[in-house]
Write a protein that binds this ligand. Structure first.
Ligand SMILES: NC(=O)C1=CN([C@@H]2O[C@H](COP(=O)(O)OP(=O)(O)OC[C@H]3O[C@@H](n4cnc5c(N)ncnc54)[C@H](OP(=O)(O)O)[C@@H]3O)[C@@H](O)[C@H]2O)C=CC1
Ligand SMILES: O=C(O)C(=O)[C@@H](O)[C@H](O)C(=O)CO
Length: 277
């Protein structure tokens, strides 16, 4: 089992430097895959109302040999639940679905700017935290301007912003904003969903230099960007591979060279225009 190091969020809670993405992990197979990941050392499980797998995540947690307090369960408020009261109700619904007493992290899944309720929704997550339903609160797919709006309106800084982040889309400006404001970056689609990224010549060459796999090289890049990657894998061997990142390190030049692969988003997931209900 790999020990995955942790950092401290701006609210004082510990947060792993790597987590498990659970998008498309459903049914008995999904529960089993989540449990093998926990057995491999993963402690952070990233779910969402819209993944339709909260029951599986909850079952994996309750059936795990690892104590609940040592696991971090995250979910996300869907766009259809934007609003102060609606956000609290969404958290309560997730707790019922998971059969858990609290969530470790709750995120606003997409800002949906045309709806105009993400500040109210943020107030709802603040309420949920004050009621003890959730330990840390954050957002996903928020821009610098949206983050500033939340902070100015409520005085509460999100603990986490989960965003598309991989060598094709390194988000340097957003990560600098996060660092300035004490917001933990979390990388979704950190492997670029296994596109040609892993076959890039630079990735292949650096993997040989460090005697690791291309996937491990990419995930180590996330670690050294101070971002918590949440790679999804259904396969136990690949889950173990993805977690084995903490016995080597990249030089600053190698990190910069990987970041220079930048070419843009995987698809049209621009938070200013892409909205999900
Ligand atoms: N907040 C948001 O808006 C979003 C959040 N997310 C979150 O981010 C998580 C991860 O992103 P996701 O889009 O799933 O994509 P990833 O970048 O994590 O890639 C997942 C794919 O890579 C494959 N893979 C994993 N490990 C390896 C490996 N070692 N070697 C080769 N292939 C590998 C997986 O296949 P296999 O399973 O067969 O191993 C899967 O097909 C999601 O599960 C979700 O939790 C994702 C998108 C948006
Ligand atoms: O996986 C997530 O959290 C999502 O928001 C997805 O819906 C994501 O937008 C996607 O996979 C779209 O193709």
């Amino acid at each position: 089992m790999t020990h995955i190091p942790a950092v401290t969020l701006n609210d004082g809670f510990s947060f792993p430097e790597l987590g498990l993405g659970t998008y498309n992990l459903r049914g008995a197979e999904g529960t089993a895959a989540i449990q093998t990941a926990v057995d491999a050392g993963y402690r952070l499980l990233d779910s969402a109302v819209n993944y339709e797998n909260e029951a599986e995540v909850g079952e994996a947690v309750r059936g795990s040999s690892v104590a609940r307090d040592d696991l971090l369960v995250a979910s996300k408020v869907p766009g259809r639940s934007h609003g102060r009261a609606e956000a609290v109700a969404s958290v309560e619904s997730s707790l019922r679905a998971m059969r858990l007493d609290y969530l470790d992290l709750e995120l606003i899944h997409w800002p949906n700017p045309s709806v105009g309720k993400y500040v109210d929704t943020w107030r709802g997550l603040i309420d949920a935290r004050e009621r003890g339903l959730v330990r840390s609160i954050g957002v996903s797919n928020f821009t610098e301007a949206m983050l500033s709006e939340l902070i100015d309106a409520t005085g509460v800084v999100p603990a986490v912003n989960q965003v598309e982040l991989h060598p094709y889309f390194p988000q340097a400006a957003l990560r600098a904003f996060h660092a300035e404001h004490g917001i933990r970056t979390e990388s979704w689609s950190p492997l670029a969903r296994r596109t040609e990224l892993l076959t890039e010549q630079l990735i292949q060459e650096l993997a040989v230099v460090h005697a690791v796999t291309p996937t491990q090289l990419v995930l180590r890049w996330h670690v050294q960007l101070d971002s918590t990657a949440i790679p999804k894998s259904s396969d136990p061997d690949r889950q173990r591979e993805n977690a084995d990142l903490f016995t080597f390190s990249l030089t600053d030049d190698q990190v910069a060279a990987i970041s220079a692969l930048e070419r843009g988003r995987l698809w049209d997931g621009d938070p200013l225009t892409h909205e999900e209900m």
